[in-house]
Design a protein around this ligand. Sequence first.
Ligand SMILES: Cc1ncc(COP(=O)(O)O)c(C=O)c1O
Length: 485
Amino acid sequence: MAPGYEAADISGSRKLRIPPLDGRQWGTVTVHESVLDAVGGTPLFRLNRITAGLTAAVYVKVEFANPGGSVKDRAALAMVREAERLGDLQPGGVIVEGTSGNTGIGLAMVGALHGYRTIVVVPDTIAREKIALLRAYGAQVVPTSGKLPRDHPAHVNNMARRIAAETPGGWHANQYDNPANPHIHELTTGPEIWEQTGGRITHLVAGVGTGGTISGTGRYLKQHGVSVVGADPATSVYSGGDGSPYFVESIGHFVHPATVTDTWPLSYDQGVIDRFERIPDRESLLTTRRLAREEGLLVGGSAGTAVAAALRVAAELGPEHLVVAILPDSGRSYLSKYFDDDWMTRLGFLDAAVGPYVRDVVPERGLAVAHSGHTVAAVLDTRPEGLVAVVTPRKSDDPTRSAPEVLGVVDAAALRALVAVDPGRADDDVAVHAGPAPAAVGAGENLAEARGRLADEGPVLVLVDGRAVTLVPRSALEQGLAAGG
Ligand SMILES: Cc1ncc(COP(=O)(O)O)c(C=O)c1O
């Protein structure tokens, strides 16, 4: 040991005194006997700039500081230890999980140290960085469609359950229903926050994926009178949304139109949540980007949702209050999405650096919608004109749909002409007549660039904040360009 350094034992880890980094006080560094000893005990930071004008203090619990890079290390370690204790996971066994990435990374990390192989089933909608990370930890990655109803045999969780059953020594971690997931947050995350704030925390804000984080942390902190606020994507059904898709990964609950029985995770204890803040994608993603640029915190989209909610909560509170938001993971997993200006622009979340823009030549509203399953006659009764987007049926009748809901396009004039010639076709399902799903451009894309990257055929959907707002013939973009728009 270098002279002047002191060591003290703390549960398998040692703390060493180090010279003053800031020129004032001596600090400490910790030495762990294993990576797994470093799970939990994450730092709490105060937000200083994004909170301008607020009197309540806003702190963030930075879970990317876990060795596997996310809050999910806690649940992964707890679930594996519990399965070993119960004998469900035996030496040489195989860990299997369905996950949007982070739980798989945590499980692969624990598996590497405990000598288990890990198989991770992921939806193909997750950021490609997360798939690369899973492979880097030696996990076997099984992608499946992220657009399947929950009861479909190839849905992420059903695939994971089946693979675990068919693999010798297989154990399905099942974070959605595994009590070890919320429990570890009650044992660690909650008490850590209470200690770190010296008992001053008044409000906890966190997203709800499996519900493990908010249920366990909230359960502990509620005993101390803390209010628990769920930060939910605006369309998630957890907080009363219509269940249509959103772009923030790993939180909220989306409902596929073909879902027969929608089940919520047992890890999620709804009774813990005092209220929800419902955050649209735009607010989540722009907050995520601001955290990097204004606070030096590179975090994922669900952290943006949590901070956006925390800022709303803090705006209603005075200086005697202290709000803590849990930031689940790092922005390094989303460089190809939320931090990529092209990705943001194509989905209508940002404007290109220079115009003219798509929105300068096409209206930003007026999407005519027909529901698949409705008859041609019923659709024509609503007197649509021009192009009509055929969408899958959903719970709400909100006409603005996110593009994944658009199955294809019909032209009302062509349908009318068809029925005039052959009245029998009026009883057809309108979806039978739909052309392919259209290409999409962002309303804030540069007009020439948007036109340049589209193929020559078919109509175009225009997106604002990730949702389809209008449908135009390609000629509308061409005419705009020709007019010098
Ligand atoms: C990035 C991210 N945010 C939020 C969550 C939600 O956490 P929980 O499942 O504990 O509700 C997860 C869970 O996987 C996650 O990976």
